[in-house]
Design a protein around this ligand. Structure first.
Ligand code: ADP
Length: 253
């Protein structure tokens, strides 16, 4: 940065200053608009559970006293909507907090994936097939955040499919590829880009049944982006989906 006083600035320098200033304004405006959109999307998403909670509590007040069935139905609905709001708020905070470069260190991504496969097998009693072409591939980054990415992809795979889920790790030169493959309903081509958008769900009612918030993949994509990686999907309707995460291998590997 060079300080230019107006008195000795040439026309070229003033022109350059103007361009820089305009770029800054564009950058600030763009970020402000993104922030505004986030707040408006988030409020919209919270409106539904809040109105469900309100209508069930009014129902309980009016007719709950001598109706144990209604009381049970209402308290269950209120609890599940409260869970949903809690998840939404936690994920929104996570998305707002994500920054690059914090607590980055080299770690073994193969071990991270192996342990994720075991965790999901244990927690969901599902058949998870794990394979890796190497025992140790080092990646530089936040292991917590990248574990979250693998968990989001695995969580979707077990949530949206009934069969075996495959988790594989493959080193390819200076990159490592982590693929999560399911034999679920698949994702139509026209939806494949949109599913990475905040709050986007293909089938609202089915996703709501499965407790989804529509934030998982956008969190995953943001984490991967700050780690200089890519996250893509290849899928065919009816045949299943494969999500592939590609990351640069650490120089120490
Ligand atoms: P959600 O919390 O709804 O799962 P995500 O951002 O993780 O949110 O996913 C967005 C949408 O993408 C999901 O609602 C679902 O419609 C679709 N989707 C994600 N993963 C899969 C998958 N493995 N198979 C089929 N559809 C999927």
């Amino acid at each position: 940065w060079k300080k230019i006083s107006e008195a000795d600035a040439s026309n070229d320098e003033l022109y350059e200053m103007k361009i820089t200033f305009n770029r800054m304004i564009d950058y600030l405006r763009e970020n402000f608009e993104k922030q505004e959109m986030f707040v408006s999307d988030a409020s919209h998403e919270l409106k539904t559970p809040i109105s469900i909670v309100k209508s069930y509590s009014q129902l309980m007040k009016r007719r709950g006293a001598d109706n144990p069935e209604l009381l049970e139905e209402s308290t269950e609905a209120i609890e599940s909507q409260a869970d949903r709001m809690q998840k939404l708020v936690e994920q929104m905070l996570l998305l707002a907090k994500l920054k690059d470069g914090e607590d980055y260190k080299p770690f073994n991504i193969v071990e991270l994936c192996r342990s994720a496969a075991e965790t999901f097998e244990g927690a969901y009693h599902r058949d998870i097939v794990f394979n890796a072409t190497a025992d140790n591939v080092q990646v530089n980054g936040s292991d917590d955040q990248l574990q979250q990415v693998v968990y989001i992809l695995m969580d979707n795979a077990v949530k949206y499919s009934q069969n075996t889920v495959k988790l594989s790790v493959k080193r390819d030169g200076g990159y490592v590829e982590v693929a999560v493959q399911d034999k679920g309903p698949g994702i139509p081509e026209s939806e494949q880009e949109k599913i990475f958008d905040r709050f986007y769900r293909i089938d609202q009612s089915r996703s709501r049944e499965t407790g989804g918030t529509g934030l998982g993949l956008s969190i995953a994509k943001t984490i991967v982006r700050v780690h200089n990686g890519t996250l893509t999907v290849s899928s065919e309707k009816g045949a299943g989906s494969t999500f592939t995460l590609t990351l640069p291998v650490s120089h120490e590997s």
